[in-house]
Design a protein around this ligand. Structure first.
Ligand code: 5AD
Ligand code: SF4
Length: 470
């Protein structure tokens, strides 16, 4: 297939597999398999990347363990989206120095979005000398080569040059779940929202080929996965770099025609690119879950323009109206930022009124965090922290009330849910998800895990529903 973004040649992937085999042979000399731990911060794309890292580690002969305690290799897959996430990573990476003192042969790796920020890479180079390997998200497929270099003691490895990225296929995946799976359909982002670091850390938008994605979904369905999420920073840009008329609605429809009993979800959708065609596919394909995450970020059109979101409040509301016309019971979730530089309390109140008007099922709420190198970080930001927190609090209270009211409307209804795990409370021994992704607690036989079942909703809180098997 002709395309505008580069694809890593198969011989380069093969070479990485040879490095895996060499490390595997080295590791086989040891009395027991060495242990590897992958710690993941941030979004689902990072979770999916960690499954590739674990897949490569398995090929290299490591055993994957659930904590860093006593591990021979520690990989920290980081997130740069907000200051708070970065502070946590620095704190946790700093603490690893003690374990490394006890076990000097331990290899500590840091990857993900933070690695791609020049000031972070510099700080790691200067002040975190126990970190052996640092590489950005676009270099993930070269992990075996880097790890081999470190294992053969050729010094510290930093691979953090800016990189627009390419498509790498054929890497091994180690999936952590048996029911739910992520499938990346594209990487990178071209939107450059003025507050966001992602376009700088994850490179340009590039799509995987439809046949490769569909084959992966076919294989997952055959293996019994029942909940498959298609991932991309903005899935609605899918196919723009591919020849032919592939777009996201067409891919989604093709994915929904794969045989098997599973539900399809996707995230994230930029509202400017969420089309009527997408809503129509969602409406007509029973395998596509009736749920969409449609981040609005602000309810005020001046702030939206300053954020470079390229839609107005009215256009957002029109999209929601169209969506609900096509799928009346759609579950709608969103992201919002409070305290964008220059946002006044009056403008913030437009965000409040938007959530009252739309009534989202759930909302992910963030206080603006300046990211070095983004245009918004240069804007004057006169509002005090206290004022921002007060606005944030008002938003939370409003949304909590709405979420509870929305959940109350479920009580008495019967929903087809996927029973997906066991709960912590012995009286509610199981957890399940509605098609729209709402969490349900119930009691029942653990043998039901992995089945769809009819559940009568009998109660609720702001965060979850409770129910019983019908
Ligand atoms: N500060 C606060 N929130 C942010 N987000 C992205 N960048 C920032 C930032 N600099 C939020 C947006 C996005 C979500 C993943 O994180 O709401 O949709
Ligand atoms: Fe960031 Fe905007 Fe791209 Fe989302 S669409 S990753 S918020 S730049």
């Amino acid at each position: 297939m002709k395309r505008t973004t580069p694809v890593i040649p198969p011989e380069d992937i093969r070479r990485q597999k040879e490095y895996c085999a060499q490390l595997r042979a080295m590791n086989a000399q040891r009395p027991a398999p060495p242990l590897a731990y992958v710690d993941t911060y941030g979004c689902q794309q990072n979770e999916a990347d960690s499954e590739l890292l674990r897949g490569m580690l398995c090929e290299m002969g490591y055993e994957i363990v659930p904590t860093g305690e006593g591990a021979d290799v520690i990989v920290i897959n980081t997130c740069a989206i907000r200051e708070h996430a970065e502070q946590r990573v620095f704190g946790n990476v700093g603490a690893l120095v003690h374990g490394k003192r006890r076990n000097p042969g331990q290899i500590i790796c840091l990857c993900g979005c933070m690695a791609q920020e020049p000031h972070v890479a510099e700080r790691l180079r200067q002040s975190y000398r126990h970190v052996d390997l640092v590489f950005g998200p676009q270099q993930l497929w070269r992990f075996p080569e880097f790890l081999r270099r470190v294992a053969l003691r050729r010094g510290r490895v930093f691979e953090t040059e800016p990189d627009d990225g390419a498509i790498a296929e054929g890497l091994p995946v180690y999936r952590s779940g048996k029911l739910k799976a992520w499938v990346s359909i594209m990487y990178g982002c071209n939107n450059f929202c003025s507050y966001c670091i992602v376009p700088y850390t994850r490179g340009r938008e590039r799509s995987r080929e439809p046949e490769v994605i569909l084959n992966e979904i076919r294989a997952l369905a055959e293996q019994g996965y029942m909940d498959i999420t298609l991932l991309g920073q903005n899935v609605n840009s899918y196919g723009r770099d591919l020849e032919g008329d592939w777009d996201f609605p067409r891919l989604l429809e093709a994915a929904a025609s794969v045989p098997g009993e599973f539900l399809l979800r996707f995230m994230t959708s930029h509202p400017k690119d969420a089309t009527e065609k997408l809503f129509d596919v969602m409406a007509k394909c029973p395998k596509v879950a009736p749920v969409i995450h449609l981040p609005f970020q602000s309810g005020n059109s001046r702030v939206l323009a300053a954020m470079n979101r390229r839609y107005t409040r009215e256009q957002y509301l029109d999209k929601v109206r169209l969506l609900r016309e096509r799928i009346p019971d759609v579950v709608l979730t969103s992201d919002v930022i409070v305290g964008f530089p220059g946002e006044t309390t009056e403008e913030f109140e437009d965000t409040l009124s938007l959530i009252e008007e739309v009534r989202f099922d759930a909302l992910f709420t963030f206080i603006y965090s300046p990211r070095r190198g983004t245009p918004a970080a240069e804007l004057p930001d006169p509002m005090s922290k206290e004022e921002k927190s007060a606005n944030f609090q008002r938003l939370l209270e409003a949304q909590n009330r709405i979420s509870l009211e929305k959940h109350r409307a479920y009580t008495g209804t019967v929903r087809r849910c996927l029973i997906d795990g066991s709960g912590e409370d012995p009286r509610n021994s199981l957890t399940a998800r509605t098609a729209g992704g709402r969490l349900v607690h119930l009691s029942g036989d653990p043998a039901l895990i992995g089945r769809f079942a009819e559940i009568k909703i009998t109660g609720c809180s702001t965060w979850a529903l409770s129910g019983e098997l019908v």
